[in-house]
Design a protein around this ligand. Structure first.
Ligand code: AKB
Length: 336
């Protein structure tokens, strides 16, 4: 069977590196990548061609390529985006628009299915206060879509653009013989944790930062309150979900934007797990008002029943398995 051509933007980021490794392990793909940075050693040999530079400028080159699948991971994350909202808008929205219109054009012109996988986020949700957040508990995809960050606004907007290009452009859904269109699918990710990479620029970063610091016996000052609670997931589960959604039959997907969830933890519980595993760890809490505000607007937990029902989603790692079978053994090896 011919190899599928896959483009991964943001390939040097945390999800990007883990995804490229999983695609290479699966086999059957020619992998193209794009990122501002050069490819790290961990994935350099797995990629056929790397486009290094600003995606908004590079996107025009992709018209000459025949991608079957695009994983558009490049984005400015929540904390970085609050520092320069206009720059984040350019990266997150302009970059996505250019890729979507390229993929839609190629789909239609060559009557070919192009799958477009988009990582969205819990930042598309927004609660006016902690009272509503705590009362809401697990929330569904269509609830509380009131983002309070530039990152959340741009991700929610891009979800809608993806739906426009895949379903409605030119009102073609009304056409009795609609032309082939790109196939847009999105997952709203919780905070992700990898034992191999450390996050940068996000606000859920306190979880993984604390654990990586504890494993190196470095003191860690946590930038949110101890009672802060949001949803988290192992990086392997995040990558698994992207591959599962890529493989899911189109007709099973009623609305292609899905929550997924694995476990929900407070910052205090993170510190307890850290201290249990690394008793010398030194963790203190000094909330930063802006970053605290961001996570206070995000849900404590997500209802992922649509993903479970429509494409069989189920995480491999609950909190116990995450720590005992993945994170702690790997992190000990890494920092030993
Ligand atoms: C962030 O903190 O910005 C991201 C996210 C939750 O989408 N990790």
């Amino acid at each position: 069977m011919a190899e599928k051509q896959v483009l991964v933007t943001g390939a040097c980021g945390e999800i990007g590196q883990a995804l490229v490794q999983s695609l290479a392990k699966r086999g059957g793909y020619r992998i193209f990548s794009a990122d501002l940075a050069p490819l790290p050693d961990a994935i350099a040999s797995l990629v056929d061609e790397h486009f290094q530079g600003d995606l908004v400028i590079k996107a025009k080159y992709f018209y000459d390529y025949d991608f079957d699948v695009i994983f558009h991971l490049a984005a400015s994350l929540s904390s970085t985006a609050e520092k320069s909202p206009e720059v984040a808008h350019r990266i997150n929205v302009d970059g996505t628009m250019l890729l979507l219109s390229m993929a839609a054009y190629r789909s239609e012109k060559y009557e070919k299915e192009v799958k477009f996988l988009f990582p969205s986020t819990i930042a598309v949700y927004g609660f006016p206060s902690l009272k509503e957040k705590t009362a809401a508990g697990q929330i569904k995809e269509n609830e509380w879509n009131n983002p309070q960050t530039m990152y959340g606004c741009t991700k929610l907007h891009c979800e809608k653009l993806g739906l426009y290009y895949s379903s409605f452009m030119g009102q073609r859904h009304l056409d009795p013989n609609p032309p082939t269109m790109l196939d847009f699918r999105a997952i709203r990710f919780p905070g992700l944790i990898s034992a191999f990479t450390v996050p940068n620029g996000g606000t859920s970063d306190y979880g993984p930062e604390m654990l990586h610091a504890a494993a190196q016996f470095k003191p860690y000052v946590c930038f949110v309150r101890e009672d802060t609670k949001i949803s988290f997931m192992a990086m392997q589960d995040a990558v698994k979900s992207l591959l599962m959604l890529m493989d899911a039959p189109h007709e099973n997907l009623t609305y292609p934007v899905y929550n997924i969830a694995a476990f929900s933890l407070t910052a205090r519980e993170f510190s307890e797990w850290s201290l249990k595993s690394f008793p010398e760890a030194k963790i203190t809490f000094e909330p930063n008002i802006q970053r605290q505000g961001i996570v206070d607007s995000w849900p404590e937990d997500l209802d992922d029943s649509m993903a479970r029902k429509e494409w069989g989603w189920k995480p491999d790692y609950d909190v116990e398995r995450f720590f005992n079978e993945y994170f702690l053994p790997e992190i000990r090896k890494r920092y030993e």
